[in-house]
Write a protein that binds this ligand. Structure first.
Ligand code: BTN
Length: 253
C-alpha cells in the first residue's frame, strides 16, 4: 500500500510482529513525529491489558503512529483520548460511521467494538520522549473472521454496513487526524485539552451508564459521571461518593 500522509512518513509492511513494536524501535532510533507504520498482518498484535489483537491479512487496519507531543508522563492518558476522538471523527468523515467511545480506548459501532487504541511511550524522567499510538480498526472482517471469544462483542464496518470498504482512505484520514490532534496537544499543552475532552464527552458511549470500572480486583461500581481535566473517569457510587478511575477496564452493566 502506498499512501501520502500529510505531515508524516508512511511505512508499509506485509507482515510484522506488532506495528507498535516496529514503531517503538524506529522512534528509539530517532524517527520523526508523524511516522506511520502499517501492516497487512501482525503475528503478535497486542491489545491493552495483555490481550491479543488477532490481525488477519486482507481485511482490516493495523497501524502505529509515532508522536512527540512533549507532554509529561501524567498527561499520557490525554493522548489515548485524543486518538479516540480523532479516529472517531475521521471514521465519520471518511465512511459516515457513527463511532462512539468507551473509556479509555475503545471505538464502538452500534454498541460493539470496532477498534481499539494502544498507547505506549518512552519516558525520560518525567518527560515523554515519544508516544506510539497503535490503532486497530475492523474494516472488512465478517463475523466468522473473529476469534470465538470476541465474535459477540466485535463488529466491523462491513458487518454494520453490509458493504466492503477500501482501507487506504480510512488509514490516511485517521492517521492525519491523529497527527493533527497530537500537534494541537503539543501546542496547547494539557491545559488546552478541554475542547478535546468536550468532544470526547459528546462522542461518549460511557457517560451516564452504569459501569464496573478499574483494575482487576479494584473495580468500582456506579454511574460514569464525567471525565476530569486529566481524562480520568469519575464514577458515582450508590453511596454518593465519587471515585476517580485511572486505569483498567470499563464494563457496562
Ligand atoms: C485494545 O483495544 O486493547 C487496543 C488494540 C490495539 C491494536 C493495535 S493494531 C496496531 C497496533 N499494533 C498492536 O500490536 N496493537 C495496536
Amino acid at each position: 500500500m502506498k499512501i501520502d500522509i500529510d505531515g508524516g512518513q508512511f511505512i508499509w509492511l506485509e507482515s510484522t510482529d506488532s506495528t507498535n513494536d516496529h514503531a517503538m524501535a524506529l522512534a528509539r532510533d530517532g524517527a520523526p513525529a508523524g511516522t506511520v507504520v502499517a501492516a497487512e498482518t501482525q503475528t503478535a498484535g497486542r491489545g491493552r491489558l495483555g490481550r491479543q489483537w488477532v490481525s488477519p491479512a486482507g481485511l482490516n487496519l493495523y497501524f502505529s503512529i509515532i508522536l512527540r507531543p512533549g507532554l509529561s508522563a501524567r498527561d499520557i492518558p490525554l493522548v489515548t483520548l485524543m486518538c479516540a476522538v480523532e479516529a472517531a471523527g475521521a471514521l465519520k468523515a471518511s465512511t459516515g460511521a457513527e463511532v462512539k467511545l468507551k473509556w479509555p480506548n475503545d471505538l464502538l459501532l452500534e454498541g460493539k467494538k470496532l477498534g481499539g487504541i494502544l498507547v505506549e511511550s518512552l519516558l525520560k524522567g518525567n518527560v515523554v520522549e515519544f508516544v506510539v499510538a497503535g490503532i486497530g480498526i475492523n474494516i472488512n472482517s465478517r463475523e466468522e473472521d473473529f476469534p470465538p471469544e470476541v465474535k459477540d462483542i466485535a463488529t466491523s464496518l462491513f458487518i454494520a454496513s453490509s458493504r466492503k470498504h477500501p482501507r487506504a482512505p480510512i488509514l490516511k484520514s485517521v492517521a492525519e487526524s491523529v497527527i493533527k490532534g497530537a500537534e494541537a496537544l503539543a501546542h496547547d499543552g494539557p491545559d488546552g485539552a478541554s475542547e478535546m475532552l468536550s468532544m470526547w464527552k459528546i462522542m461518549s458511549a460511557t457517560l451516564a451508564r452504569r459501569v464496573r470500572a478499574g483494575d482487576p480486583g479494584h473495580e468500582q461500581e456506579g454511574v460514569a459521571m464525567d471525565l476530569d481535566e486529566n481524562g480520568m473517569l469519575l464514577v458515582k457510587k450508590d453511596s454518593g461518593e465519587v471515585v476517580k478511575i485511572i486505569s483498567g477496564d470499563v464494563v457496562f452493566l
